[in-house]
Write a protein that binds this ligand. Structure first.
Ligand SMILES: [Zn+2]
Ligand SMILES: [Zn+2]
Length: 388
């Protein structure tokens, strides 16, 4: 079914590009006649969930201190422009292509430079490193490290052990990367099983840059690894993710009790995350469903005049669209059974309940949310319309 939808979307997009009359409309149907319309709304917004702050994080970024193209202050400025709360600097420990120009004897430098430029901005900056090895174990990020230099040792296993001695949170990067897995399928090696059983590996990227791995998600669920998604940005986020036209970088929403580093790390260790990738949410139902319930707000309901058509106002105060599928016995007056809530918008849904009812329950499957491979959560609202 998913595949059919994808093929269908591609056909529609091709049709749009073939017709110049639609040239000013993007995928969301926004007009681009005002070039600066998107400038003010680049800051990503998501509501808190009961008991936790929702923090927008990116735990995988590069600068000129490894193979990135920018100085760390640009990473800080990008994060602030996009409204992120937490970022980690994760230079490749073992891969230093700019070494001749930037010798980089101290592997904590990009973090320190970033810390200075983030001072008094409210952005939390975390020290990290990308342990960069052939498969196995491939690449892994250690974040919340105290001294990155000590991770630079010959034996990969020792590097993981040192990261853990420093109290780091360690996750497997892009396990589905085609440079290391020709078929793009994430698979555990014996070494990964060993790392997991020793408690040295705590999370896994199911999303890296523009890629998503269902197999990595299944590994996360099977082995209780924290579900991670990151930008792994090397160039500029504006260019990689087309942010000026409504795109967004791949991030992880972290549900933390407070905004201290201790609390953020604790949330990661306990797996309290939802990945946001191409307007799709990936995470455990436990956190995904409350996030959807806080994000999709059913504001009021009343019958239209003397008809039995119920007006339901749905507000989406977030930066993402939501694709809802009707699971109720009723049909809609102005929408099909699948419709989209645009980012930062309010929509009136007209529900034909056939007679005026005191109690209307509307379940919706959120098609752009995933809690297991190909599994989408259902949210439900119970409305008590005033019946005259
Ligand atoms: Zn990597
Ligand atoms: Zn990387």
């Amino acid at each position: 079914m998913d595949k059919v939808i994808k093929v269908f979307s591609i056909l529609i997009l091709s049709a749009l590009f073939a017709l110049p009359v639609f040239g000013q409309t993007d995928g969301h149907g926004h007009s681009h006649t005002h070039g600066h319309d998107h400038e003010h709304d680049q800051k990503i917004t998501f509501p808190d969930i009961p008991g936790y702050h929702t923090l927008k994080t990116d735990f995988h970024m590069h600068t000129v201190f490894s193979d990135g193209s920018v100085w760390p202050d640009i990473r800080v400025k990008e994060a602030l422009r996009e409204g992120l709360d937490v970022v980690a600097f994760t230079e490749h420990l073992e891969y230093q292509p700019h070494e001749e120009d930037i010798p980089h004897p101290d592997r904590n430098r990009s973090y320190e430079v970033a810390m200075n430029s983030a001072e008094n901005t409210g952005l939390t900056v975390v020290n990290g490193s990308e342990i960069t090895r052939d498969m196995p174990p491939g690449h892994s990020n250690a974040v919340f490290v105290k001294d990155a230099n000590k991770l630079l040792v010959d034996d990969a296993m020792e590097s993981f052990e040192e990261a853990n001695r420093q109290g780091a949170f360690v996750f497997w990067n892009h396990p589905h990367w085609t440079a290391q897995r020709k078929d793009g399928i994430a698979r555990l090696s014996d070494m990964h099983r060993q790392l997991i059983s020793k408690g040295l590996l705590h999370g896994i990227e199911v999303v890296n840059v523009q890629t998503y791995s269902e197999e990595a998600l299944q590994i996360a669920l099977d082995h209780d690894l924290t579900i991670m998604g990151t930008s792994d940005i090397h160039g500029l986020t504006d260019w990689e993710y087309d942010i000026p036209h409504g795109g967004h970088r791949s991030i992880t929403l972290v549900f933390a009790e407070s905004e201290t580093k201790q609390s953020i790390k604790e949330a990661l260790v306990e797996g309290r995350t939802v990945v946001w990738f191409k307007d799709t949410f990936i995470g455990h139902s436990e956190y995904l469903v409350p996030l959807l319930e806080e994000s999709i707000r059913f504001q009021s309901a009343g019958y239209r005049g003397d008809t039995s058509v119920l007006e339901v106002v749905i507000k989406n105060p977030t930066h993402s669209e939501f694709i809802l599928k009707n699971e109720s016995p009723y049909s809609f007056h102005e929408d099909a059974n699948l419709f989209t809530l645009e980012p930062n918008s309010t929509k009136t849904l007209l529900v034909k309940t056939e007679e005026k009812r005191n109690n209307v329950t509307l379940p919706f499957t959120v098609m752009n949310a995933i809690y297991a491979p190909e599994a989408h959560p259902t949210i439900e609202v119970n409305l008590k319309p005033g019946v005259n």
